[in-house]
Ligand binder design. Sequence first.
Ligand code: ZN
Ligand code: ZN
Length: 278
Amino acid sequence: MFDSHTHSFFSKDSRGSPELLCEAAIRKGLDGIIITDHVDYDFPGYTESSGIDFGAYLNYISRVSARYAPALKVLKGVEVGIQPHVVDRILNLVQSYTFDYVLASVHIIEGIDPYLGSYYQGKTKQQAYGRYLEEVLFAVERFPDFDAAGHFDYIIRYAPYPDRSMKYADHADLFDAIFKKLISTGRGLEVNTASYRKNNGGRAGGGSSAGGGCSAGFDINILKRYRELGGEIICLGSDSHGPDYVGYGFDEFVELLKESGFRYVAHFEGRRPVFEAI
Ligand SMILES: [Zn+2]
Ligand SMILES: [Zn+2]
């Protein structure tokens, strides 16, 4: 199994070297890891000098990959932060380098970082989550060169609601539109375990998940519907910003995936999905 979503010190909000991520992955018994440091053009506070030198980044990962083979496969990824006005710039970046995996994520909605809390002011939970999913739908429909959609439930992490869980039934039309687009274009859906760590969205619980720990609050109906529509590509990611949470919650989420009808998880190598039986 691979952790398809990890960050190293190349990302400004992360600490720890790629080597430390690899050591953590080996301790967890993973077969591989994809390092997916950030590009977030026009993030609040973004300056050109705060961006990653992707030539140096990819060279670094090549060296790490050679060092840990064959015990651990280390792959080159990038997490691109989609906003409508930066699509062309991101496309240029993605097509200028050779990645194994391009993860398309939404971190900013209408110029606001939900981490700050003001995003939620004056919005019901239905409105706040629905607006986020609209941006995810925009990303999967308008950004033409990615492999999987990242953390569809990112918006729960900083939400102020007593029950922060995101329910399929509350946003069925948006989920269906996102899933149909992913499926028809051969892209994958990421299941991101970070949103369910005890220090963020998962704490609220209240979901219909079968899991009681790492996956508390996760609505399994989201996975069941993706499967029902023909979804086959599921990528597991911890979104660990350093070595501490590599592989977090994977055992529990694999059980949810089995319960939802999945027999495989996937990771991407050379921009193509590779399936592993679960
Ligand atoms: Zn992200
Ligand atoms: Zn991330």
